[in-house]
Design a protein around this ligand. Structure first.
Ligand code: SF4
Length: 694
């Protein structure tokens, strides 16, 4: 129900959906939010917003909100409402009991990219300082972990290179594996503005996304590749650039590791990387690949924007490295209008990774095995810290199935909807003795939980989010927490109940600690964020007001590093039984697994996930538009509505993943990225058959 009327007050805060990070004024009448108005001073949105952010506040008042802690000894019992004190003591006692029985490595936690930096930081501190291990991982494991790995290896830091506004200086824009006008609408609009001004556009995507052809915009090149062949295409583009002498030799000599470049050059000139060879793999005509490569190399300032269509593959990290190779090869890094820019799906993917919630890294991406860094944290926290990296999420499930991992704290993440191989996750959760879910709604994962801790929406807490362009912005409490406690307070109380004195009076004190212990954040404070509106890290003595564009004069790692990116096909293959390839994506109106947007008026525009299928494939199977079809893979099947569309090529089908009724990850494979275990959600061999005709 949307209420109208003149507000009594307005509070500036930050959207909690996608990685654009739009700034809004939440307008309040009495004690209720009545409207969200985009803020003209927002560094990322300049007064714009999308349909998700506009109605974001509505789900906050959903009747489904859980506001009381709940317990049950076994998942077969009904939930019992309890006091915060009882819930917190129960969690603390259970975690200690499990550690005494099964050892200190038998418990861990998953952090959420939807929560604030401060909340994520306190969870990883709970794990490292109180649990005594490094078993903390982030939900970014299943989306942008290859970005973290790849950009760090190539450039020296796990983050996008440029600010969003930089796109207004680009002459050539390359969008690969992303659909900005639906997934990141406000940035998508900025990008369209630049295209209308005349910038050239290369789209690399198995699907005709809106940008390929929309009023006043037509992609100069659409490389409609077969799902799973990004690396082959990027190598063929690099092959063209080198073999035609279009590389930026001065940039390579001055800014890059020339020994690594020489080896890479030999590799990239091999015949298997030629456009003709890749045409056979990716199904894209060699001349189109050549044309796109020439445009990227010679068209002026060229900027790359990419999304999960790059990362969620067995070669996700390889593809990120291949993008970095292309940018260095042509000198398209360190200036406005250039760069390698990941479009993060969730509001705080960048932040949750920055805050040390990977099992091998402290905040600021410093390895746990580094004794100097460990000492810094040990002195600050008054504990000794395990030097061994902890478990990644898939390893947590694996050890649970082996009976060695028995307790987990899951912060704001519905792993049953977002992790691959749902059946295995269910069995893993069932095998545990204490599953704690901290969330605002009863979600699919909570069906297997023993403790449900109610969380706060973004309107009920103070903190910060860091968007896809490294911009840290304040999240301000607009209304009191419906459940009575902010998440960091709950974590602090669990730590205390487990015998460790974690104490903060306000989220700003957590940021002060982050700044003390993290060189890239050392100049960040709430006072400065209030004063400047936002800050793009690194923010420290060298850059007291932040850094919109990174790697300007030299790379963070010193010399830029070329990596050999040999194409290895996905083990997932089509067969006679499973002849089509399924790939997935987002729609404008819904956000991720839809927990929030399904509880807003956005359902008016998008009510269910549908399966896009090419007219030829539909006709062959006797499927008409609107028919319900069975989508079946080697892993499982789901039923959903067919939409006949030539946005997908013959042989490819596509769906979104916003509704729990579909649970598309029942179908997807358990293959994952070689470096980071990011699941391969974008390539699944399937068959589609009609089950119910209109
Ligand atoms: Fe902005 Fe993204 Fe929120 Fe839309 S969903 S208002 S683009 S931050």
């Amino acid at each position: 129900v949307i209420e109208h009327g003149m507000p009594d007050r307005s509070v500036k805060t930050t959207c909690a959906f996608c990685g654009v990070g739009c700034s809004f004024n939440a307008e309040v009448k009495g004690d209720k939010v009545v409207r969200m108005v985009p803020n003209k001073e927002g560094g990322a949105n300049h007064g714009h917003s999308c349909v998700k952010g506009r109605f974001a506040w509505v789900y906050v008042y959903s009747k489904d909100r859980v506001t009381k802690p709940m317990l049950r000894k076994s998942i077969d019992e009904p939930w019992r409402e309890v006091s915060w004190e009882e819930a917190i003591n129960y969690v603390a006692n259970e975690f200690r009991r499990i550690q005494e029985k099964y050892g200190k490595y038998s418990i861990g936690a998953i952090t959420s990219s939807r929560c604030t930096n401060e909340e994520v930081y306190t969870i990883q501190k709970l794990v490292r300082a109180v649990f005594g291990n490094n078993n903390v991982d982030t939900c970014a494991r299943v989306c942008h972990s290859p970005t973290g790995y790849g950009l760090k290896a190539a450039f020296g830091t796990s983050a996008g290179t440029n600010n969003f506004d930089s796109v207004l200086f680009a002459d050539v824009i390359m969008v690969i594996g992303a659909n900005p006008t639906e997934g990141h609408p406000v940035f998508g609009a900025l990008l369209k503005r630049r295209l209308r001004e005349g910038a050239k556009l290369i789209v690399i995507d198995p699907r005709k996304i809106e940008l390929v052809k929309t009023p006043h915009i037509r992609a100069d090149y659409h490389l409609q590749l077969k799902p799973g062949t990004n690396v082959a295409i990027l190598n063929a583009m690099a092959h063209t650039i080198v073999s035609e002498g279009l590389e930026n030799r001065e940039f390579i000599e001055k800014r890059c590791d020339t020994e690594a470049y020489k080896k890479w050059r030999e590799f990239i000139l091999r015949p298997e990387n030629s456009p003709e060879a890749v045409e056979k793999i990716a199904g894209v005509p060699a001349e189109l690949i050549r044309g796109a490569a020439r445009l990227y190399a010679t068209g002026g300032r060229a900027a790359i924007y990419y999304g999960l269509g790059v990362t969620e593959h067995t070669q996700g990290t390889t593809a990120v490295l291949a993008l970095a190779n292309l940018a260095m090869l042509t000198g398209n890094v360190g200036r406005e209008g250039t760069g390698v820019n990941p479009l993060r799906g969730q509001n705080n993917v960048q932040g949750s990774c920055d805050m040390g919630s990977f099992p091998h890294e402290f905040s600021g991406y410093r390895h746990v095995s580094d004794p100097e860094v460990r000492k810094l944290f040990e002195d600050a926290w008054g504990v000794s810290i395990d030097p061994e990296p902890g478990l990644r999420i898939p390893n947590m499930w694996m050890l649970a199935l082996e009976g060695k991992f028995k307790g987990i704290y899951i912060q704001g993440e519905d792993v049953l909807q977002s992790d691959p191989d749902v059946h295995r996750v269910v069995e893993a959760l069932k095998s545990m003795e204490c599953v704690v879910v901290h969330d605002i709604f009863m979600n699919e994962t909570a069906k297997y939980a023993h403790v449900f801790l109610p969380g706060c929406s973004f309107l009920e807490k103070d903190g910060t989010f860091t968007n896809a362009e490294r911009r840290i912005q304040l999240v301000r409490q607009v209304i009191p927490p419906m459940c009575g406690k902010q998440e960091w307070e709950v974590v602090m109380e669990i730590a205390k109940a487990m015998g460790y004195n974690m104490h903060y009076n306000h989220a700003s004190e957590i940021m002060d600690e982050i700044a003390r212990l993290t060189p890239t954040f050392s100049g960040v404070s709430y006072e400065k964020l209030e004063r400047l509106g936002s800050i793009q890290w690194p923010c420290n003595e060298k850059a007291p007001e932040g850094t919109p564009i990174m790697h300007k004069d030299s790379f963070v790692r010193g010399k830029g590093m070329f990596h050999i990116t040999a194409f290895v096909p996905s083990p997932e293959r089509t067969t006679e039984r499973y002849p089509l390839l399924l790939t997935t994506g987002r729609t404008l109106f819904q956000y991720n697994v839809g927990t929030q947007t399904r509880r807003t008026p956005n359902v008016v525009w998008y009510k269910e996930d549908v399966l896009e299928i090419h007219p030829n494939d539909a006709e062959e199977r006797g499927i008409k538009d609107g028919d319900y079809v069975k989508l079946e893979s080697r892993k499982g099947w789901v039923i959903l509505k067919a939409k006949i569309s030539d946005r997908v090529a013959p042989g490819v089908v596509y769906t979104t993943f916003h509704f729990p009724e579909i649970r598309i990850n029942v179908v997807t494979t358990d293959y994952s990225d070689w470096a980071t275990n990011c699941p391969e959600y974008k390539v699944t061999a399937v068959q589609v058959t009609p089950v119910y005709q209109k």
